[in-house]
Design a binder for this molecule. Structure first.
Ligand code: NAD
Length: 492
């Protein structure tokens, strides 16, 4: 039996070519509520034929539609209207995402929907002043560097931040003048329907954005599709490797935003009473299902015991429960499969010799729903698998270090390099450590996410950057137009 939801409804069509299109097959995705374990709603599952239709619509819109031919300011106006439309529906978005993936409502409101509107607004503003063309004085000619939209973009996204990860691709792709086929994850197709409604309200021209939820095969077809010019992917390392390999064979540009196992380095002089409460959201936020989660806490040996005690106390005080309740800190994991995965790491950690300092199992009070207690593993060596592999749940490993050089060595002893943080009273010392950590983003005494700065990973955490002018450039092709034997400007 379904639970009654005020915002979630069954869906039966795809958003293709500016309207609602019937699917080519009767295959459906059953979205299972992580809270009740019952079917929340159904949506059609995209087939290869549906992807073909979406790519054809995006190709037509790119080849002959108005979008790539509009001025950047005109596109920015549409993006601003999209921001307004999403803001108007923010309560629907937040509750839908919470129902789909178990994000605590307070996190959904700010971390999912709030950030998504801010990100889109950033790209609208950037489009208005970005140098899409630039004149240069060459040796043999005057030259114009022309930055044109890359073409039709395939955007493939995960379930943990469904709207935000779409918007992180849509914002720069649309600002650039590209057209897009979005493939949401089968765990979270429902919020993308509200996005389609917002796109219609904003007056996006037909075919500029097309949305076809589906599973891995649907994504694979999009990646290899001859009508696609660029792939932008967010998800696991395994899928990223497969997608990167396909794009390599096709010589198709690709951006990969993948996993992480980020280190939070606590310096010798860290103020634990201020730091531990500030650190917790960057570990346990979104039920620990964040690519940027600070899941390795590196503590100085002399203060190791105090750090474990303080972390365990803070984590044990988190409220676990129904994510639709705004007072809840930690909700259920997205799926039974995800809980099985996290539980397998809880067993592994014990068998590797780590000590459970907090949590470690399912909460007694929530027999229904895919809940896992926020867990602190102490006595962890960085060589253990629980310190090396991305668990993607509310689990943190506390690892001792001997000196700041040792902390840097441990932080860098990872196949990942996505995020990180350094916490201490001496800002110069903390900043010096932060400079030495090989990662895409790192914050001193906090956890920052800056729209005007590049975001992405090194090593297995990915290739390329989102956000900032760098993120917009990822959807542009540079072309050099030279006019020989002239001294006058190519255009005024
Ligand atoms: P996933 O890789 O299983 O799936 C992500 C998306 O890719 C889904 O839409 C899925 O259907 C599709 N997909 C899977 N295999 C594919 C293939 N071979 N070809 C084409 N499409 C394919 O990941 P997930 O479990 O949905 O998400 C969790 C992962 O995402 C974690 O590893 C997390 O760290 C990562 N993530 C990274 C970022 C970032 O910005 N770096 C942000 C959020 C999540």
């Amino acid at each position: 039996m379904r639970r009654n939801s005020v915002v979630v409804a069954d869906r039966s069509e795809f958003f293709i070519g500016g309207g609602w299109v019937r699917p080519s097959t009767s295959d459906v995705i059953e979205v299972i509520s992580p809270i009740t374990e019952k079917v929340l709603a159904v949506a059609p599952a995209g087939s290869t034929a549906d992807i073909d239709a979406a790519v054809a619509a995006a190709r037509t819109a790119f080849a002959s539609g108005p979008w790539p031919r509009m001025t950047a300011a005109e596109r920015a106006d549409v993006l601003d209207r999209l921001v307004a439309a999403i803001a108007e529906r923010s309560a629907d978005f937040a509750m839908t995402i919470t129902e789909e993936n178990g994000s605590p409502l307070a996190f959904s409101e700010l971390g999912q929907v709030g950030l998504a509107t801010m990100a889109l607004a950033y790209f609208a503003a950037l489009a208005r002043h970005f140098a899409f063309e630039e004149e240069r004085e060459g040796l043999m000619s005057r030259a114009r560097v022309i930055r044109s939209p890359v073409g039709v973009v395939g955007a493939i996204v995960p379930w943990n931040i469904p709207l935000l990860s779409i918007v992180m691709k849509l914002g720069p792709a649309l600002a650039a003048g590209c057209t897009v086929v979005v493939k949401p994850s089968p765990e979270t197709p429902l919020d993308s329907y509200i996005l389609a409604e917002c796109l219609l309200q904003a007056g996006i021209p037909d075919g500029v954005v097309n949305i076809v939820p589906g599973g891995r095969e649907t994504g694979e077809h999009l990646v290899s599709h001859p009508g696609v010019d660029k792939i932008s992917f967010t998800g696991s390392v395994t899928a990223g490797q497969q997608i990167g390999a396909r794009c390599g064979r096709l010589l198709r540009p690709v951006t990969l935003e993948l996993g992480g196992k980020s280190a939070a380095v606590l310096c010798e002089d860290v103020d634990l009473s201020a730091t531990i409460p500030a650190l917790i959201p960057s570990i346990m936020g979104n039920n620990g299902q964040m690519c940027v989660a600070q899941t390795r806490v590196l503590a100085p040996r002399a203060r190791y015991h105090d750090v474990v005690e303080a972390l365990a106390a803070e984590v044990s005080a988190l409220s676990i429960g129904d994510p639709r309740d705004k007072a809840t800190d930690v909700g259920p994991l997205v799926s039974q499969r995800q809980r099985d995965r996290v539980e397998s790491y809880l067993r592994l950690g014990r068998s590797e010799g780590a000590r459970v300092a907090a949590g470690g199992g399912r909460p007694d009070a929530s027999p229904i729903g895919w809940f896992i207690e926020p867990t602190v593993f102490a006595d962890v060596d960085n060589g253990m698998r629980i310190a090396q592999e991305e668990i993607f749940g509310p689990v943190v490993a506390v690892i001792p270090y001997e000196s700041s050089a040792d902390a840097v060595r441990i932080a860098n002893d990872s196949v990942y390099g996505l995020s990180g943080s350094v916490w201490g009273t001496d800002i110069d010392q903390a900043t010096a450590i932060a400079r030495q950590v090989r990662t895409g983003t790192i914050t001193v005494n906090g956890f920052a996410f800056e729209f005007n700065c590049p975001f992405g990973g090194v090593k297995s955490s990915g290739i390329g950057r989102e956000f900032g002018p760098e993120g917009l450039s990822a959807f542009l092709e540079d072309k050099t137009l030279c006019v020989a034997n002239t001294t006058s400007a190519i255009y005024t």
